[in-house]
Design a protein around this ligand. Structure first.
Ligand SMILES: [Zn+2]
Length: 117
């Protein structure tokens, strides 16, 4: 019995650190936009920036488990506020440059410290 318990613990730890869990935790840490009070989203992208979806989307979830073409994250704020993108199909960025992060935590940190505003 005790042996089974020990064997299960590492599995739980791995699950807790899964890319999806990290993405959800990063999104939950986001503070509201200072201008419109909306919450931004963190999108799942490949390393070329192709959008795979958000945490609740099956395609994004599958891609997080098997990021066969690289993995990056971008901030999405399709709002008609001063820092919003207006366009619901565009992540944040300007002049052809999009903010692209290696981890969801890095995207959340930039948003929460106003580095992108
Ligand atoms: Zn806003």
């Amino acid at each position: 019995m005790a042996k089974t318990e020990k064997e299960e613990q590492p599995v739980r730890k791995i699950k807790h650190r899964s890319p999806l869990r990290k993405l959800i935790a990063a999104e939950e840490s986001l503070v509201p936009c200072p201008f419109c009070k909306d919450l931004p989203r963190i999108g799942v992208h490949d390393d070329e920036g192709n959008f795979k979806g958000f945490a609740e989307n099956d395609i994004a979830r599958e891609y997080l488990e098997d990021p066969w073409s690289g993995l990056s994250f971008r901030l999405w704020h399709p709002s008609k506020c001063p820092v919003g993108t207006d366009d619901p199909h565009s992540s944040m960025g300007f002049g052809g440059y999009n903010f692209q992060y290696p981890t969801a935590e890095a995207a959340a940190k930039d948003w929460n410290t106003r580095a992108v505003l």
